[in-house]
Design a protein around this ligand. Structure first.
Ligand SMILES: [Zn+2]
Length: 414
């Protein structure tokens, strides 16, 4: 049991009791025998962040190749190096990504990469939540389709799977995965009740190529193959037609925007206001450290809000409250978590922010401060499932994790 004493919650000072991984009671003046006390004075409690798009294993490539066009970046720099990654390296790189997520207030990541059992292991050890989606990527090579199917079956059969750390599957993109493999992944995800995720309509080129090859947009093509529904999280979704938007809204497909990555790779601007008006489910993600280059949902929220204003030409678009919800409760709900809000009965995921931080003063509107002003130094404590993952800005074992990555990066330097 945890008892957070004298913390600011919705403009009032109160106590929050956490029991069995949930917020048990929110009321002032509580004293509970046997509960571990967390001093909440000069702090506010807020929902933690849910990152709906990451490739945690890529953290070892941070800063290795920047300022390139997406396909050149993938073909010349990223894919050749990814071929050298061992499961052990992916495990270490994922621990490093999780460390950065915790340091920046994130307790859940929807991850897509290779060797996803290593991601599950790292997430469980460090106490965060994940949906770990194994990536299908065959580059239209029939031999590779076969090996990808074998990998998927091996992953489905592996035991690493529980409520906090779920397995999922991913279709890399329509430009990199054959129809046969897409259909297979869709079928196996459905049969196993897994979440499915994919990159779609990220660049104008992807949409043009899809129109030439399949006579329809990537969204229409994916729909034709049965890939779209409420358990499919579509990452990017930058270049959409009006009929794509109507289809995504009708099928309740959660969309995950990654503004920093889209800016950096010059992919385009997410049509937040238009998608919101159409009734689409909107969430937020960071993409990887190789294309961001950090995993801070705070930075992501700010750029998301600013981008919505520029894209629509309307300063009221992407308001702080809506963007904060995208980063918290919308993301949690999209992956079936009863979390993302500080309320009795909800899963006990939260952050405590330091109200003496200069970034949060004056405090007229805390959500506004979090979206437009805060950086990660404001986050003092991170709690996931009722367990403290960071306190006084320190995560157990962080020095060792950083040392491991410094060492590993020497291998990829050339
Ligand atoms: Zn991605």
């Amino acid at each position: 049991m945890l008892l957070i004493k004298n913390v600011l919650h919705q403009n009032r000072i109160t106590d929050i009791l956490i029991n069995d991984g949930r917020f048990a009671k929110i009321a002032p003046g509580q004293s509970v025998a046997g509960a571990r006390i967390v001093d909440g004075r000069d702090k506010a409690v807020l929902p933690a962040f849910y990152n709906l798009h990451s490739h945690a294993g890529m953290s070892v490539f941070r800063g290795l190749s920047d300022d390139k066009e997406l396909f050149a970046w993938l073909n010349q720099d990223i894919w050749p190096r990814e071929a050298k990654l061992t499961p052990e390296m992916i495990y270490l790189a994922t621990r490093f990504s999780i460390l950065e997520m915790i340091k920046t207030g994130t307790v859940f990541f929807l991850d897509m990469y290779f060797e996803q059992q290593e991601i599950l292991k790292a997430a469980r050890q460090m106490g965060v939540r994940t949906v770990s989606a194994l990536t299908g990527l065959d580059l239209f090579d029939a031999a590779k389709t076969k090996t990808e199917i074998e990998k998927i079956e091996k992953y489905i059969a592996c035991g690493e799977h529980d409520e906090q750390c779920l397995k999922g599957l991913m279709i890399h993109a329509v430009y990199s995965v054959s129809e046969e493999l897409i259909r297979y992944i869709v079928k196996r995800a459905e049969e196993n009740g897994y979440y499915l995720t994919l990159h779609a309509s990220e660049t104008a080129k992807e949409v043009e190529d899809c129109l030439k090859t399949h006579g329809c947009t990537p969204i229409e093509y994916l729909d034709r193959l049965g890939a779209l529904g409420p358990k499919t999280i579509v990452a990017h979704a930058v270049h959409l037609t009006d009929s794509d938007i109507a289809l995504l809204a009708r099928k309740k497909v959660p969309l995950c925007t990654n503004p920093v990555s889209n800016y950096k790779l010059a992919s385009g601007l997410f049509m937040l206001q238009k998608l919101q008006k159409a009734g689409c489910v909107l969430t937020l993600g960071t993409d990887s450290m190789a294309s961001n280059n950090n995993l801070s949902m705070l930075e992501e929220m700010k750029l998301c809000a600013l981008s919505a204003k520029i894209q629509s030409g309307d300063a009221t678009a992407g308001n702080a409250e809506d963007v904060f919800k995208m980063a918290t409760v919308n993301g949690a709900r999209a992956v079936g978590l009863d979390a993302g809000e500080i309320a009795e009965g909800k899963l006990a995921d939260c952050i405590l922010v330091d109200l003496n931080s200069h970034f949060l003063v004056p405090n007229y509107n805390l959500i506004s401060n979090m979206v437009y002003s805060a950086d990660s130094s404001c986050i003092d404590t991170v709690i996931c499932n009722g367990r403290i993952l960071m306190q006084n800005r320190h995560v157990d074992g962080e020095e060792e994790i950083i040392a491991e990555i410094k060492k590993l990066s020497e291998f990829f330097r050339n």
